[in-house]
Design a protein around this ligand. Sequence first.
Ligand code: SF4
Length: 296
Amino acid sequence: MTDLSKEARGLLSQKAYISRLTEVKRQCSIDGTEKFLFALEDGHRIESVLIPEEDRLTLCISTQVGCGMGCTFCLTGKSGLVRNLRSSEIINQVLTIQRSLTEGTRLTNIVIMGMGEPLANYNNTMKAIEILTHPLGPAIGARRITLSTSGLVPLIKRLGNSGLNINLAISLNASTDEQRNQIMPINKKYPLAKLLDSCREYPLKRNRMLSFEYVLLDGINNSPEDARRVARLLKGIRCKINLIPFNEFPGSAYKRPSEESVLAFQEILASHHYSVFIRKSRGADILAACGQLREE
Ligand code: SF4
């Protein structure tokens, strides 16, 4: 930057540096989903997933290297937490991928659902969202950003009071504490009643709703009784429900349920007047689908 004085350049190099991600691998699924493997400056690796749909182009980004939450159905959780990402490393996933798109193509939605529990890296994730939504930055609308959490109750409250009007998704995945304790260890600390109370108290803006994600594991949490219990649990919460038939990965202990049982689960929730969507699995052939991300 020779257009700046030597003094100013000296000051800048003391105070700031330009961070970047190195693209290690880019894999394309038969359904058009693309998985990016990035190397960080310290050599650790993270993944981001680009999901093109008819009317939107969504990017799923990571907030941690690995994850410490230990959900038993998730490949990312198997490696444990390595470290939090810095806010620049979170933002750079968006900027690097936006730059790689063909001219005139823009990301329309960001989902913070990749590797890691975003609320466990609260400060860096919030700073990244502030910058991504800032009018002088990428200026992505807060309504187009969704953060997903496994249920860190005190931080859900903090997010609600933060004034960042992003969308919140809760990874529910069970209809009883017993079940949830088994597949999501965080439930032992923040059981369903506490989690759902924090959802009931969450300060939702008008016309906005919470999302509940529910990974369907065959024979574990996908019975008609489970669906009826979920309907009771979510009573009084303005929400929609996304059902995610489990995406199997090599060595996974769980099975993907049959299509009929997924439809039956949806039917029961719909009969209780919930908006229920079955998430199409994207990029499963390249291990880019929900719960399949890891450092390679
Ligand atoms: S599902 Fe999310 S919170 Fe749970 S282990 Fe995987 S990345 Fe972590």
